[in-house]
Design a protein around this ligand. Structure first.
Ligand code: GZL
Length: 335
């Protein structure tokens, strides 16, 4: 049966893996003795291997909670791995899931490229793969069954469109600095694309600096400190997620500037801390990116395991928030 329903992080992974492989080996024999399908738990539970990006942001924490709670609710045995934002750890975890003969593999690819080899291994092992949250750039669409997540280009575009409207009466240059997400990741690539296309509508809007803060608060603070030192006139910050925006708040305040007024701040996600900053007037606009993918993922896992056809792409419903609508939404916010 293998490591049943336990979650394990990278730190304890080695010992757990050794123990797990031993138990799995025995379990596999037991499974083959019982004639059960490879990978199904002793009580015929669907076994889902999930490789998570890491724990880099409030969004990721909420996403992990959604996946774990939904697996428990669905009676699915979840094998969960935290890759600590390293692609090599995700590849190792996927290979471990293949070795354990799980029924379905799902993962949020930390970056878009470099997955074809391991996804081919899963396909050759007859294990269907579901992409959640982030996408891959594989040309071979047969390597995974479906993608469940957001339209990141749209999120960037909505952020840019708000700024175009907000600055339509500007008579001079509006200097923008951009905190990008993890280099090479789908959300970073696509949010940058959508935002850049939208602000082209107003020639006064100029991105004067753009650098990755890796989706973390510490990264956002460190890069914003550099931006502030190098650029005397910054009018707007576009951060690819709330957490980098929250880190940047510290740098902006330390530089004696008023966030939300001297420097307008636009972010993506709409997690609770970001919504609080928006309601408090420190942020100016947030494009939502829902982390609550767990229930849909479990439904998809059951369908692909049963061999049912599923749509190639399933996008989540999302909205945007201003300072006023954030105040209204906060009391009932789920994450
Ligand atoms: C987006 C997700 C991003 C979030 C960040 O779907 O991949 O990663 O926007 C998170 O907060 O770190």
């Amino acid at each position: 049966m293998g490591i049943t329903g336990n979650t394990f992080t990278r730190r304890g992974f080695g010992a757990m893996l050794a123990a797990g492989l031993l138990v799995t080996g025995l379990g596999a024999c037991a499974n083959s003795d019982t004639g059960g399908d490879a990978g199904t738990g002793g009580d015929d539970k669907l076994v889902l291997g999930f490789s998570q990006v890491g724990a880099e942001s409030g969004w990721r924490t909420a996403n992990t909670t959604s996946v774990k709670e939904a697996a428990a609710e669905a009676g699915i045995e979840l094998k969960f791995d935290d890759a600590q934002q390293k692609q090599e750890n995700q590849i190792k975890a996927i290979r471990n899931f293949i070795q354990q003969k799980v029924d379905v593999i799902a993962f949020s690819p930390v970056v878009e490229s470099g997955w074809d080899t391991v996804l081919k291994e899963a396909k050759d092992a007859g294990i269907p793969v579901i992409l959640t949250d982030r996408a891959v750039d594989s040309a071979d669409k047969s390597l995974y069954k479906t993608f469940l997540g957001s339209d990141f280009v749209k999120e960037g575009r909505l952020a840019g469109e708000w700024l175009v409207e907000e600055t339509k009466s500007a008579t001079g240059p509006v200097n923008i600095v951009e905190l990008q997400g993890t280099t090479g990741s789908a959300p970073a690539n696509d949010r940058k694309k959508g935002f850049g296309e939208a602000i082209a509508a107003n020639p006064n809007l100029k991105i004067i600096a753009s650098q990755s803060g890796d989706f973390t608060r510490a990264g956002g603070k460190a890069v914003m400190e550099q931006f502030l030192k190098a650029n005397p006139k910054i009018d707007v910050l576009f951060a690819h997620n709330d957490d980098m925006g929250l880190g940047a708040l510290e740098a902006i305040t330390a530089a004696g500037k008023v966030p939300g007024k001297d420097i307008k701040i636009i972010t993506v996600d709409a997690v609770k801390d970001g919504m609080q900053a928006l309601a408090d007037g420190k942020f100016n606009f947030i494009a939502e990116c829902s982390p609550l993918l767990g229930p849909q993922l479990m439904d998809l896992a059951k369908k692909v395991h049963a061999g049912e056809e599923v749509p190639p792409r399933i996008e989540t419903e999302e909205t945007t928030f201003t300072q006023q609508t954030a105040k209204e939404a906060l009391p009932t916010r789920k994450y």
